[in-house]
Design a protein around this ligand. Structure first.
Ligand SMILES: *Cc1c(COP(=O)(O)O)cnc(C)c1O
Length: 370
């Protein structure tokens, strides 16, 4: 059997005629930076997310950095981040000159535990940066309540959560700014780098719009030290096509997740926990087992692609040695790094393939366990 972890080319082939036409339209239009395609995507993505504004930027890391900058977060400030996340979440804070302050996840959802946030607040805390990891929405209401009580901003890292819902409402406007990546493997993926922010706050949308384009509102008039972080119109045109298929493709992911959950119900491992207020986007289907490495090896040998999100938590990365966190400072994040495994997932995986994978996982684990 050969079952890839993710088949990106299949996504292109399914929409080839629509995508080729969109790309040709941009090339033919003669407008290659910002312009009508970017504006149209921004309007369509804002409407999809239920947000008042969307601003396209070059990638997800820039979205996070620009959001923090628009909130005037910089040197001397602290930002609450999850201990269990992709390193980009922390890097955005560090690149602003601020300090990431990690908070451990809920042991069942793997997302930041709101009950642990209060103990990490200091007079320097300026914002909370929850991540909707694996496409599972973080528990936003208690996070927003803490932020309100302490006068903090909430910046969401939604790079894995396109289309996910929290208490019935799509991710995209709960916090002050929501940051998106359209990296090719995301649920809404471009054919290159791309990103955006969504927000209901006109002031923040305006600041980020100016910052992303050389600090300029009017050509050759520069208000602030801006950057060049514009969404490419070719990618915007591709994203406009793919946005129309996002709900359908997320539904296919949900079907795959249901096949896994059904097939692995009695296996000796931890399955994704979905609280009743969550509608995940199923960016990843992540299982947890102390036999992770042996299981991954067996799956690889059988032709099943898997991945680990993430093998080294940010606090154990060399880049964060200067935070001087004890190796055992964040035991839940460390344990997750040792035990999580992401099974094949995507809109182009067949339910029958997912069934084969779950049968194999159950068989391998029962043998290891015996
Ligand atoms: C992908 C991702 C990012 C960064 O996105 P890029 O577009 O690659 O810069 C940030 N945070 C999380 C959680 C991600 O998965």
């Amino acid at each position: 059997m050969t079952i890839p972890f993710l088949d990106l080319r299949a996504a292109y082939l399914e929409l080839k005629s629509e995508i080729d036409a969109a790309v040709a339209r941009v090339l033919d239009g003669g407008w290659y930076v910002l312009g009508p395609e970017v504006e149209a995507f921004e309007a369509e993505f804002a409407a999809y997310c239920g947000a008042a504004h969307a601003v396209g930027v070059a990638n997800g890391l820039d979205a996070l950095k620009l959001a923090l900058r628009a909130l005037n977060i910089g040197p001397g400030d602290e930002v609450i981040v999850p201990s269990n996340t992709y390193v980009a979440t922390w890097l955005a804070v560090t690149q602003r000159g601020a300090t990431p302050v990690p908070v451990e996840p809920d042991a069942r959802t793997y997302n930041i535990d709101p009950d642990r946030i209060a103990a990490s607040l200091t007079p320097r805390t300026r914002a909370i940066l929850p991540v909707h990891l694996y496409g599972q929405p973080a528990d936003l209401d208690p996070i927003l309540a803490i932020a309100r009580r302490h006068g903090l901003a909430v910046v969401e890292d939604a790079a894995q959560a396109h289309g996910a819902r929290y208490r019935g409402r799509r991710i995209g406007s709960h916090g002050d700014v929501v940051c998106w990546s359209f990296y090719p493997s995301k649920n809404l993926g471009a054919f290159g780098d791309a990103g955006a922010i969504t927000t209901n706050r006109a002031d923040l949308a305006d600041r980020i719009r100016v910052l992303r384009n050389y600090g300029s509102r009017e050509k050759y008039v520069n208000e602030v030290v801006g950057v060049n972080s514009r969404l490419d119109p070719l990618q915007a045109a591709v994203l406009r096509v793919k946005l129309q298929h996002l709900d359908d493709w997320n539904a296919r992911r949900r079907t795959i997740a249901a096949v896994y959950t059904d097939g692995l119900r009695d296996a000796p491992l931890a399955l994704p926990h979905v609280p009743d207020w969550a509608e995940p986007a199923w960016h990843l289907y992540v299982i947890k087992t102390t036999n992770r490495d042996a299981l991954q090896k067996r799956l690889t040998n059988a032709g099943v692609g898997t991945s680990i999100h993430y093998p080294i938590p940010p606090h154990k990365q060399k880049v964060y040695a200067d935070l001087r966190l004890a190796p055992d400072a964040l035991p839940i994040a460390s344990q997750l790094a040792d035990e999580v495994l992401s099974l094949p997932m995507g809109p182009h995986l067949e339910p029958a393939q997912a069934k084969e994978v779950s049968d194999l996982v159950a068989t391998v684990l029962s043998k290891i366990d015996a």
